[in-house]
Design a protein around this ligand. Structure first.
Ligand SMILES: CC(C)(COP(=O)(O)OP(=O)(O)OC[C@H]1O[C@@H](n2cnc3c(N)ncnc32)[C@H](O)[C@@H]1O)[C@@H](O)C(=O)NCCC(=O)NCCS
Ligand SMILES: Nc1ncnc2c1ncn2[C@@H]1O[C@H](COP(=O)(O)OP(=O)(O)OP(=O)(O)O)[C@@H](O)[C@H]1O
Length: 199
């Protein structure tokens, strides 16, 4: 039996940072953002549908999806975001389940599912527990503006496209506070692994 740990947070609260800590402890991580990229690679039905719906303006000259342009569109227009979600979320869900099944079949005792929209997509039902990576909203905003080179208005818009981090923290089974140093976050992850017998 594998234990399935959902890992989530809100945009730029530090999911990828925590996922890397699990990976370096030898724990397999299924990364939904990788799935979101895989299902729109050139030649996939996912990309074909997006281009049919949004137009060829969203293709780069090399035939790949223009992620920057599509991101600018969907984070400024809720209706367009819902349209994109309807086109690709089922494909991402299938990709996640296939990856998860592969790690379970390989006999891993713990499998982490790193899913930004875990609660929004109802994935908690397929997890044994959910860990939320938390930072206060002010720090989330700062880190997002720096990482993505966004102004405050654009960063706030992206934050508000997801359930708030405070709400996710309330829903969580485990909370990792990522407002300190990465070493402090690392300690919380290794303590968790030790406490539950995965270290
Ligand atoms: C719009 C896209 C092309 C922009 O690409 P870009 O490389 O700029 O961003 P990236 O994929 O790295 O996403 C960054 C973060 O934005 C947030 N985010 C992405 N898509 C969404 C969405 N539809 N709704 C809310 N938040 C989202 C997530 O926190 C994600 O980690 C891309 O985000 C995408 O394909 N989104 C739809 C798929 C999706 O919902 N992914 C979320 C994981 S399930
Ligand atoms: N403890 C920390 N101290 C300082 N900076 C941090 C810390 N944790 C993460 N960061 C930085 O904050 C930014 C967001 O972190 P990260 O990319 O891990 O978030 P995320 O939740 O995976 O984001 P997304 O939802 O966009 O995929 C990154 O630039 C990262 O380097």
């Amino acid at each position: 039996m594998s234990y399935i740990l959902g890992l989530t947070g809100s945009i730029a609260t530090g999911k990828s940072t925590v996922a890397k800590l699990f990976l370096s402890a030898g724990i397999p991580v299924v990364d939904a953002d990788l799935g979101a990229r895989a299902v729109v690679l050139p030649g996939t039905p996912g990309l074909a549908e997006i281009i049919r719906h949004f137009g060829t303006a969203y293709l780069l000259p090399d035939g790949t999806l223009d992620r920057k342009r599509l991101g600018a569109l969907i984070f400024s227009d809720e209706e367009k975001r819902a349209e994109l979600d309807a086109l690709i979320h089922e494909r991402i869900r299938e990709w996640i389940h296939a990856e998860k099944a592969r790690y379970i079949a390989a006999g891993h005792r713990l499998v982490v599912l790193d899913i930004p929209l875990l609660y929004e997509g109802g994935y908690q039902q397929s997890c044994d527990a959910v860990m939320v990576v938390y930072v206060p909203e002010e720090l989330q905003l700062q880190r997002l503006m720096i990482r993505n080179h966004l102004d405050e208005k654009e960063a706030k818009r992206r934050i508000s496209s997801q359930l708030s981090i405070e709400k996710k923290k309330k829903l969580a089974d485990f909370v990792i506070d990522n407002s300190g140093t990465i070493a402090e976050t690392g300690k919380q992850v290794s303590d968790w692994l030790r406490k539950y017998g995965y270290a």
